[in-house]
Design a binder for this molecule. Sequence first.
Ligand code: UDP
Length: 318
Amino acid sequence: MRIVVTGAAGFLGSHLVDRLLGEGHEVVGVDSLITGSPVNLAHLRENRRFHFIQADVTRYIGVNGAVDRVFHMASPASPKDFPRYPVHICKVGALGTLNALGLSKAKGARMLLASTSEVYGDPQVHPQVEGYWGHVNPIGERSMYDEAKRFAEALTMSYHHQNHVDTRIVRIFNTYGPRMRLDDGRVLPNFMRSALRDEPIAIYGDGSQTRSFCYVDDLVDGLVRLMESGVDEPVNIGNPEEVTILEFAREIVEIIGSRSRIVNEPLPKDDPVRRRPDITRARTLLGWEPRVGRREGLTRTWEDFRRRILAEDAKPAR
Ligand code: UDP
């Protein structure tokens, strides 16, 4: 097939591109490179089945020729991006999704929207089932992302019903693995960076908040299965193994063999207290479930992070 991936230079996008190329497809990657990095695609420079278009999805997504599938992965997504690009994030969710749907409609392609567990906000239902409508502060510090993705889902369903575009919606929970941005401010890069340098690991709040971390290969497998399924309702993809942030910090210290101490810093506003996907729908409708346990996933991720952090440290200071 000929497949478009928006956000191709991002963490998830680039792993998805690798998987699709590995399956023999032709891939057109689109990325503005605002938060994505060409380094994530550098290994594909010689690949004749991969084409890259640097473009901002909020303006127009121009792709020549036939397109069978569109994976709409583009969006700044880390909490550190939220205060930096609030208006752009709203535009990516709204205009970017509109353009991805417009492209899909014009080409007769099937489109998958990368939505998020953030549509559930600070959830009052636990674990989160797809039928839960969420608990989002519409003007809070995460609202640009949460509401943009909620709108993106509404737009996707509207195109599905009114314009008969074949659509899929995945709600992605916390995911980790090689190629995550070292400085994206998320918990895993922060912890690994501090642990490698034996610096204090900063836990926001008392560390009793929970997350459920999915290894990137499992996540990508879920995306591909959902795209090729007949399921047009939203599907959670994530690892249901829940862990407190304090336990997570201890695990990383132990795996790395670091001498870091754990310290506490203030909890950011609207930080969800608990998060864990109910993956019954993915299990029953897609036959999907995660295979990579946290210890194995963290060890694989650590190898990549260690190499990149050491390379960064070795660069002369400017
Ligand atoms: N967190 C932390 N220390 C850090 C970065 C994050 O304790 O250096 C906490 C954060 O407050 C949140 C959890 O780890 O409760 C996951 O944060 P992340 O930014 O990775 O993702 P999200 O909040 O979007 O799930």
